[in-house]
Write a protein that binds this ligand. Sequence first.
Ligand code: ADE
Length: 238
Amino acid sequence: MTIGLICAIPQELEALRSDLVEAHSEARAHARFVTGVLDGYDVVLAGSGMGKVNAAIVTTLLADRFGCRTIVFSGVAGGLDPELSIGDVVVADRIIQHDAGVLENEKIRTYQPGHAPIINETDRLGYPVDPGLLTRVRERLDGFEVPGHVVYGTVLTGDQYLNCDSTRAWLLAELGGQAIEMEGGAVAQVCEAFNIPWLVVRALSDLAGGNALFDFTAFVEQASATSATILRRLLPVL
Ligand code: ADE
């Protein structure tokens, strides 16, 4: 069985596409799926485009049409944890869709996707990574050197690029989290529906505050390459 790899934007995709061999490409929905071999492992690499719906379409196709055994997202994110810097890597051990929930008092009360208080309540918030996969990932990355630090933690997903200091502080106070991005929570939700393991690897291109769009432009290539390096290191345990 093959491994599904997803990137959202061309810079993330290019960091993996160039080393894929025996590549065969086909278009499905809005996306292109490249089947090939990366470092000796059978993979299907897809460029999803940005946002949760785009990521959900591609993840569904990788699971159902391409029969992937595991699906991994590799790319960039904005850093939330004040301990982290641009270039550091966050491997999600849990993902929360921060923009799903109840709108009240002009704010969102984040809630599990597919649920709402009173209507169909749940105690769950977010999606945990498969514990066995996480253990293998930690072992495999232990002592592995990349330009930034590698940490494990909560990643927030939403359909907004965060470029705002006050919203960043509010999200951090409400939900915590190490990084914010726009696809991982959808990958996790779809994989859970298909009962297959998922992983999200994100290198920080910016810190999601008021300079985030400028920093992104400067660091997106470097961060995409770091994330791709981590992903390739992980192929044997996926
Ligand atoms: N991906 C990279 N940086 C991001 C940010 N600041 N907000 C959302 N997604 C991102």
